[in-house]
Design a binder for this molecule. Sequence first.
Ligand code: HEC
Length: 209
Amino acid sequence: MNLGGGPDGVPLRAEEKVNFNRDVRPVFSDTCFQCHGPDEAKRKAGLRLDTRETAVKPAESGAIAIVPGHPEQSELIKRLTAKDPDDVMPPAKLHKTVTPAQIEAIKKWIAQGAEYQGHWAFLKPERPAVPPVADKSAVVRNPIDNFILARLAKEGLKQSPEADRATLQRRTTSTRDNRTASSARLTAALTSEKRSPRVRSDIDRTRIP
Ligand code: HEC
């Protein structure tokens, strides 16, 4: 069941927690904060959405923008989904739209309790749990592969087989040196690993052990 959508259009699964800084803040800051943000002089309707404390209080009209746990009671969702051009937010004259996937993510974030986070730059980095790999045939060399495989699974994609040595050589040269591989390097890549240790180190240097 698709209960929502990430801002990038990838459906969020039911159990997935919406991340305020990743999924919600960018939408608010792009389309709402200029009228409902920290600048008091520009603030409309007495509504301030950049702090939780103010967003969950009744605005001037008495309506409550965010009722944590209850998207259906939240004025903010009513306004985002309003059909009447007089009610819809952001106002049409702004020429900015909030996509259906973004609205779904905001709905879900409210349903999950509407937790705000500090700006990411001030948050202590946290090591995320390494996701398990369901695809038994996948090649996992280090934990970064677990994250990539989890995202591929979410997108319904599968890991591609490892490229041949010439392709790897071409990619490593262009990634590392920002130039195309010389034909000598390519030829070397096609010969065996034992005979061309240089190629091996080129390719291995771009891998994380
Ligand atoms: C260009 C200014 C502007 C922007 C940008 C804007 N709003 Fe508004 N907003 C207003 C004005 C003016 C009102 C009061 C008039 C009305 O109720 O429609 C309002 C009212 C509201 C209300 C109702 C408050 C109440 O008192 O009942 C909500 C909720 C709301 N906005 C949410 C949003 C959200 C969410 C965004 C971003 C997606 C947004 N607004 C972007 C100007 C803006």
